[in-house]
Design a protein around this ligand. Sequence first.
Ligand code: PXP
Length: 238
Amino acid sequence: MPRLHVNIDHVATVRQARREAFPDPVAWALRAEAAGADGITCHLREDRRHIQDEDVLRLRERIDTRLNFEMCLAPQIVTIGLEVGAEAYCLVPESREEVTTEGGLDATAELARLREVIPALGERGAEVSLFVDPDPRQLDATAEAGAAFVELHTGLYANARGARRARELERLFDAAEHAHGIGLRVNAGHGLDYENTAAVVGLPHLEELNIGFAIVSEALTTGVDRAVGRMVELIREA
Ligand code: PXP
């Protein structure tokens, strides 16, 4: 069974909408761990739109499972990443305009930079993955860059419907086999939800899934009765 890493970015998105102290992504991460998460993932973006530097420090101190720190290759972010001392790092592309990480990292274009960053992260014993599309060229470049892991981008599969989805799933299967064949270990994530995850669990050699948005959304939905009920009660009794 693959490990589940819960991505907590969007708990911070809600908090940043009001720049309040709550909801606290770190407290939420502890509850995710208590509920069975095998690890916590967060992405410190250059624009700091959700997770803040302080969140990362508090996570590092407080979680008992594994921290997977997602980051782009910008020098300032990599410097922070090195200081964090996470168990795992996932290197991702980043652009200011995107709503979320859109495509995978172009490992062929970034090869030189990756060859600087990956050994520096690996020196401290951390696992390093590259978030790439399920494309053999990208997988070959991931191995060439020296990463031990690939995180297969499942976004196209998740967004596709019908026969296209079946084709995208097949691409993921082929990519997982290809990755394993060239010595890479396999993680996957992006856009996975309560309807489309089961098929991905069947990917060969899969070690870890990274899931965020669907879980945070589900928590908001399943919590609505209790949250509204408590306020109704409070008003009634006041
Ligand atoms: N993996 C990577 C590399 C990501 O950038 C993200 C989104 O932050 C995820 C997984 C999780 O995607 P989602 O929030 O759609 O579950």
